[in-house]
Design a binder for this molecule. Structure first.
Ligand SMILES: [Zn+2]
Length: 174
């Protein structure tokens, strides 16, 4: 069964990124809908940190229908973490930031393909968590939780053997 995803562009995320992401997810057999872009809630901005509070943004996504994965270009933090690539809850919503997925953040050359690849991995990981899959200890596995950009590049675009069996048992066809 195809997994349905509802992508919600937020803030200043550019349309190309969302469009290419949508194509890449379709190639992986996801059924993708894209919401109209919505503004980041003003109350989520912390002017001292120049970051946005992911918990505050997530609260505004709860009334949206579907398997909600919001994508923003804003730098995110949470009440517990000084920065985060993404936040996700069982049954949704998920929120992903491209800010630290972008090679340019690390003073590297612009690389749109690498940015998209990292984003696709974050979307699949988040979808897994929404569908009830657990974090995986295997660093090459798509369900491994990342803490830095190197972690995400080390992950393959696939699940480890244990997760593949586990996904089948849970009926999650990712
Ligand atoms: Zn795994």
């Amino acid at each position: 069964m195809r997994i349905e995803l509802d992508i919600v562009p937020m803030g200043n995320i550019d349309e190309d990124t969302i469009e290419v992401l949508k194509q890449r997810l379709k190639e992986r057999n996801f059924l993708v809908r894209v919401y109209a872009k919505i503004e980041l809630p003003k109350t989520s901005l912390n002017v001292y940190r120049k970051q946005y509070n992911a918990d505050v943004i997530t609260d505004t996504l709860r009334n949206l229908k579907g398997t909600i994965i919001a994508i923003t270009d804003a730098d995110l933090y949470t009440d517990k973490l000084s920065y985060t690539f993404s936040t996700v809850e069982y049954d949704g919503p998920a929120l992903i930031s491209t800010y630290r997925l972008n090679p340019e953040y690390y003073q590297e050359k612009p690389n749109f393909n690498l940015l998209i690849e990292r984003l696709v991995k974050e979307v699949i990981y988040s979808t897994g968590r929404i569908k009830g899959l657990d974090d995986c200890q295997h660093p090459r596995c798509l369900m491994h939780k990342i803490t830095c950009a190197k972690d995400i590049d080390f992950k393959e675009m696939d699940f480890c053997k244990e997760c593949k069996i586990n996904n089948t048992l849970k009926g999650v066809d990712l």
